[in-house]
Design a protein around this ligand. Structure first.
Ligand code: SAH
Length: 232
């Protein structure tokens, strides 16, 4: 028990010392009300979402909405996904600490950072050089050191680093790109939005030996996956 000292009467007048920063409080609320409340229970995913500073990946003019329940514009007409979507796709990958993960669509690098906390190694590919550069710089600032970056068309995967325990595509594809399925380990999973230019369905593809199982998860909206095995 804390003893009652001579200055105790002052307590109500002195503002309580701030022990957490407001962004941390906002992140914890985001995790609680937007993610855990919607059924995502994976503790490692929730922990990563609570710790990665989402606000650092959001452009200045959208700072007030950094933790809002929606996707937000980044540069080059692209978007950073809604927090729930990031958590949900990440949970589908069931990442173990020894896993190697491939991400297509680095964008802001937010999803990449979440993945980097859960996997041993992350390989990420982005089509637009300026976005990749910015993401790479941000991850360096955050001392993330287990990510390999590549600029190019991710629809062909990246054979040199294959196979992957998990592959995540954060742009909408017209069909499931064959090279990505081929670059999965036995038991590996691929999560990606598939469908039209404006609306897609999130699909989970699991590879078991040479058997490929596809499962539809839920409707979603992503920017287009542009490339050889994507939109032209
Ligand atoms: N995961 C990102 C969301 C990025 S939006 C984040 O957390 O911020 C989707 C990204 O996919 C865009 O940056 C877009 O340029 C990129 N993209 C589209 N087609 C691609 C392709 N074929 N290969 C790699 N990146 C691609």
């Amino acid at each position: 028990m804390v003893g009652i000292g001579p200055h105790d009467g002052d307590r109500t007048l002195t503002p309580k010392r701030q022990t957490t920063d407001p962004n941390q409080t906002a992140r914890l609320e985001m995790v609680r009300y937007q993610i855990a409340a919607r059924g995502i229970q994976d503790k490692r995913v929730l922990d990563a979402m609570a710790k990665v500073p989402r606000e650092r990946f959001i452009p200045e003019r959208f700072q007030e909405q950094a933790f809002a329940d929606r996707a937000l514009p980044i540069a080059e007409g692209q978007t950073i996904s809604q927090p729930f979507m990031v958590a949900s796709m990440t949970a589908q990958l069931q990442i173990q600490p020894h896993h190697r993960i491939l991400e297509i669509g680095t964008g802001s690098g937010y999803q990449t950072t979440i993945l980097s906390r859960l996997a041993r190694e992350v390989v990420t590919i982005e089509r637009i050089g300026s976005l990749q550069k910015k993401a790479r710089e941000m991850l360096a600032t955050l001392n993330v050191s287990n990510v390999t970056f590549q600029v190019g068309d991710g629809t062909a995967g990246w054979v040199e680093h294959a196979p992957y325990d998990g592959i995540i595509v954060t742009a909408g594809a017209p069909t499931i790109p064959d090279p990505l399925v081929e670059q999965l380990t036995d038991g590996g999973v691929l999560v990606l939005p598939v469908g039209g230019e404006k609306e897609q369905v999130l699909i989970l593809v699991t590879r078991k030996r040479n058997k490929i199982v596809r499962k539809k998860l839920f409707p979603c909206r992503f920017v287009k996956l542009i490339g050889q095995h994507g939109w032209q």
